[in-house]
Design a protein around this ligand. Structure first.
Ligand code: SF4
Length: 665
C-alpha cells in the first residue's frame, strides 16, 4: 500500500521539504510539501527525481576492493580491515600527511554526513580538501578579512529595495552560497518592490525576470562595483553607518579612485548610460542587496569583486539592515547569541606547494595532484565527491590517482572516479538516512528541519558514521563516534548544542521549525572591535593590479536545470531529455567562424581541447561562449590550467578564461 512520508531534498542548499510516496521499498513519487513554512510546496526537477536517484541503476550496493586489477565485491570486515591496514602502513612509513580526505559538495552541508571531518582530523593529517576551494574560496577569504569569520556571508534581503545578481542565475541554479526556493517568485518580488539588476554576459533566465540587465564583460564586474563605491563616496554614502561601523575607508577610497566613468565604460564594455544608471539607481534605493555566483567566484578577479560587494554594502549602510544585505545568524549555529572569536584560518600550503595558501584547515584542491606526484599523499578518502570531474587538469589527475597506494571512495552511486578506486564503500542515500538542516544561514529563513528515514537501507549500504566508526576502531583513533551510537539521531543530537531549540524539539516538529521574522543588526554586537575592515592590504593590492582583460573570446560557466554540477549529468532527472554538453555561442560570432547551429566545434586552450556541438544563442554577448561543467566526456576541466591560480585563494580559474573555437573536421 502506498504511503506518504516527509523528508527534505539535500541535492542543494535550498533543502526543500518533500513528500515521498513509498510502496514497499520503492519510492514511486516525490512532490513538494505544501505544509512546510519555508519551501511551501516548491521543489525543482532535481528534487522530483529523488526517487529515480535512489533507484539509480549504478547505485552502489556492496563494498568493493581491487584484486588483480579488478574491483570485486567483498564483505565489510574484509574491506575495512584492508583499508585500516593500508592507512597504518602509510602513516608508519611517512606520517599522517600521507593520508588525505576530499569531500564533495553533497558531503558538506548535511548533518548526517558531517562526520567525515572529525574522522580525518583524528588521523592528525593536514591533507584535507573539499569543494570549497574548487568554486568558492573567495567568499571565506574575503569574509575572514572583513569581519574575522570566514563563514559570514551576505544575501540580498527578501525585502531589498535594490537587488543585484552578478554572475548567478538563480532561476536555474537556486543560488550559490546563498540558496532560495521558488527562485522566480523571489526574483519577481525583488523586481516589483524596487529594482532587480542582473549582471551577466548572457541574457539568462534570471535576467528575463529582472528590471535591468547589464551584459558586462566577464571579469570586469569589479569595475562596475568600484565605480559605484567611488561615486557614492562623493555623493550618497551613508556617512552615519560608515562612521559608526567601518574601518579602512581612506585606503578603499584611494583604491577605487581609478574607476572613473570612462574607465568603467571601457573596462566593462557597457553603454555609458547603463553604468550611470546603475549608480543613480543605488542612490535612489539607498540600500542594496548584492549576490554573486560562480560567474564571479570561478572567474578572473573573484576576490576583489567580492571585496567590493562588501564595500558597496557598507557604503550604502546596507550590511545587516532590513532592505539591504541580510546576514542570517543561523538557527543551529545561533551566532547572534554566541558571536565568534576573530579567526585567521590562513596558513601555509602543503609541502609540495608552499606557494599556495590553506584556509579553514584545508589545502586547496589544486594541490592534490602535486602532493601525489611528490609522493607526499599516498592514500585518499573521497567522501561523496567526483574529483575527476570537479578538479582542474583532468588528465594529470587521472595519472596521479593511478599512482595512489589507496583511493577509498565513499559514495551512493558510481562516478567517473570509481574506475581508479582501490576500495569502494556504499553509503546511504539521502532517503535512507535521517537528517537535519544545519546550514540555514545560507537561506533567507532562520530555521531547522528534521527528516526521518523514508526507507530503510537495503543491500549492504551503511551510514557514513557506521563506516567511519568501524574504521576508527580498527585504527585505534577517537573520531568522536562512540560504540553507543545506534542511530543517525545519536550523531546529530550534539550538533544542536548551540541551537535555538534542542534536537528533540526540532525532531518533534512535523515541518520546519522557523524563528519568527529575520534577525537584523545582530552583527554590530559581535564584529571585532565593532567595525568592518575594508582595507586589507593584500586584497587592496590585488585591486590595484586588477584588470578586466582584453581577450578576444572567453568561456564562462553555465548551469543546467536538470543536473547539479557533476551530479545527475547522466539523465537521472529526465531520462528522455538528458542534459547535454554544448558550446553556446553568439550567432554573429558563429557566423564569423563559419559555424552553424549543431556543428561540432573544437574548443581549445593551451591545456587541452574539447569537441562539442555548437548551440547558437543570441542571449550571449559577443565574444563570450559558455560550456557547462560536470560532464565526463566533455569535461571543461580539460581546458583549465593549473598554472592560472589565484595566490590568495589558491583557486584555479575555472571560468572566464580565454579559448579559441573552430569547426571540427
Ligand atoms: S531547489 Fe531542487 S535541488 Fe535544491 S533542494 Fe530544492 S528540490 Fe532539491
Amino acid at each position: 500500500m502506498a504511503e506518504d512520508r516527509r523528508s527534505f531534498c539535500r541535492f542543494c542548499g535550498s533543502n526543500c521539504a518533500v513528500i515521498a510516496t513509498v510502496e514497499g521499498d520503492r519510492i514511486t513519487a516525490v512532490r513538494g510539501d505544501p505544509d512546510d513554512p519555508v519551501s511551501q510546496g516548491y521543489i525543482c526537477s532535481k528534487g522530483a527525481a529523488l526517487g529515480r536517484f535512489h533507484h539509480h541503476p549504478r547505485r552502489l550496493d556492496r563494498p568493493m576492493i581491487r584484486r588483480g586489477g579488478e574491483l570485486v565485491e567483498t564483505d565489510w570486515p574484509t574491506v575495512l580491515d584492508d583499508i585500516a591496514g593500508h592507512v597504518r602502513r602509510l602513516i608508519d612509513a611517512q606520517g599522517p600527511a600521507a593520508i588525505g580526505g576530499y569531500a564533495g559538495t553533497p558531503a558538506v552541508p548535511c548533518a548526517s554526513v558531517n562526520v567525515w571531518r572529525p574522522f580525518i582530523a583524528a588521523l592528525r593529517t593536514p591533507s584535507i580538501y573539499s569543494t570549497v576551494s574548487v568554486d568558492v574560496p573567495c567568499v571565506p577569504l574575503v569574509s575572514e578579512r572583513v569581519c574575522g569569520n570566514p563563514m559570514i556571508a551576505t544575501q540580498p534581503d527578501p525585502d531589498a529595495r535594490m537587488t543585484v545578481l552578478i554572475g548567478v542565475n538563480p532561476v536555474v541554479s537556486h543560488g550559490h552560497v546563498f540558496f532560495m526556493t521558488a527562485p522566480k517568485v523571489q526574483l519577481r518580488r525583488w523586481a516589483e518592490q524596487g529594482s532587480l539588476w542582473v549582471v551577466d554576459p548572457r541574457r539568462s533566465e534570471s535576467a528575463e525576470v529582472a528590471t535591468e540587465h547589464l551584459a558586462a564583460w566577464p571579469g570586469s564586474e569589479f569595475m562596475l562595483l568600484g565605480h559605484a563605491v567611488r561615486e557614492l563616496l562623493r555623493d550618497g554614502a551613508d556617512r552615519a553607518f560608515l562612521d559608526a561601523y567601518v574601518d579602512g575607508l581612506p585606503a578603499l577610497a584611494a583604491a577605487v579612485e581609478r574607476f572613473t566613468l570612462d574607465a568603467t565604460v571601457a573596462g566593462t564594455r557597457l553603454p555609458r548610460e547603463q553604468v550611470s544608471g546603475f549608480v543613480a539607481a543605488i542612490r535612489k534605493a539607498g540600500r542594496i542587496g548584492i549576490h554573486c555566483g560562480t560567474g564571479i567566484s570561478m572567474g578572473r578577479n573573484a576576490n576583489v569583486t567580492t571585496l567590493l560587494t562588501w564595500a558597496l554594502h557598507a557604503v550604502t549602510g546596507s550590511l545587516d539592515r532590513p532592505g539591504g544585505a541580510y546576514i542570517n545568524p543561523g538557527f543551529a549555529r545561533n551566532l547572534d547569541a554566541h558571536g565568534w572569536t576573530p579567526m585567521n584560518t590562513s596558513g601555509p600550503g602543503p609541502a609540495s606547494r608552499p606557494d599556495l595558501p590553506s584556509r579553514l584547515g584545508e589545502y586547496p584542491c589544486v594541490a592534490i595532484a602535486d602532493e601525489i606526484d611528490a609522493g607526499n599523499l599516498r592514500g585518499l578518502f573521497v567522501f561523496a565527491g567526483n574529483p575527476l570531474i570537479a578538479l582542474p587538469d583532468t588528465n594529470r589527475l587521472i595519472a596521479a590517482f593511478a599512482r595512489l597506494d589507496m583511493l577509498v571512495l565513499v559514495d551512493v552511486v558510481e562516478t567517473a572516479s570509481t574506475p581508479y578506486a582501490t576500495h569502494v564503500l556504499p553509503s546511504l542515500g539521502q532517503l535512507e538516512m535521517a537528517d537535519l538542516v544545519l546550514w540555514d544561514f545560507m537561506n533567507p529563513a532562520e530555521y531547522s528541519r528534521y527528516a526521518p528515514r523514508v526507507v530503510e537501507p537495503t543491500a549492504e549500504r551503511k551510514p557514513l558514521w557506521w563506516i567511519l566508526r568501524e574504521l576508527a576502531a580498527r585504527l585505534g583513533i577517537d573520531a568522536g563516534l562512540s560504540a553507543g551510537i545506534e542511530h543517525d539521531d545519536d550523531v546529530m543530537r550534539p550538533m544542536m548544542a548551540n541551537a535555538r531549540a534542542d534536537f528533540d524539539t526540532v525532531k518533534a516538529s512535523p515541518t520546519a521549525l522557523v524563528s519568527p521574522g529575520r534577525t537584523y543588526r545582530w552583527i554590530d554586537r559581535h564584529l571585532p572591535g565593532g567595525r568592518w575592515k575594508l582595507d586589507d592590504a593584500e586584497l587592496l593590492d590585488q585591486l590595484a593590479r586588477a584588470e578586466p582583460g582584453d581577450d578576444a573570446m572567453l568561456l564562462v560557466p553555465h548551469r543546467q536545470k536538470n543536473k547539479l554540477n557533476g551530479q545527475m549529468s547522466d539523465g537521472t532527472v529526465n531520462p528522455r531529455r538528458p542534459e547535454r554538453a554544448a558550446l553556446s555561442i553568439n550567432p554573429e560570432d558563429a557566423a564569423e567562424l563559419g559555424i552553424a547551429d549543431g556543428d561540432k566545434v573544437i574548443v581549445a586552450t593551451a591545456s587541452g581541447e574539447v569537441t562539442v556541438p555548437a548551440r547558437l544563442d543570441p542571449r550571449h554577448r559577443r565574444g563570450v561562449t559558455s560550456l557547462p561543467h560536470g560532464f565526463g566526456d566533455h569535461n571543461v576541466n580539460r581546458l583549465t590550467s593549473v598554472g592560472d591560480i589565484d595566490r590568495l585563494s589558491g583557486m584555479v580559474r575555472l571560468g572566464a578564461f580565454p579559448v579559441s573555437v573552430h569547426r571540427a573536421g
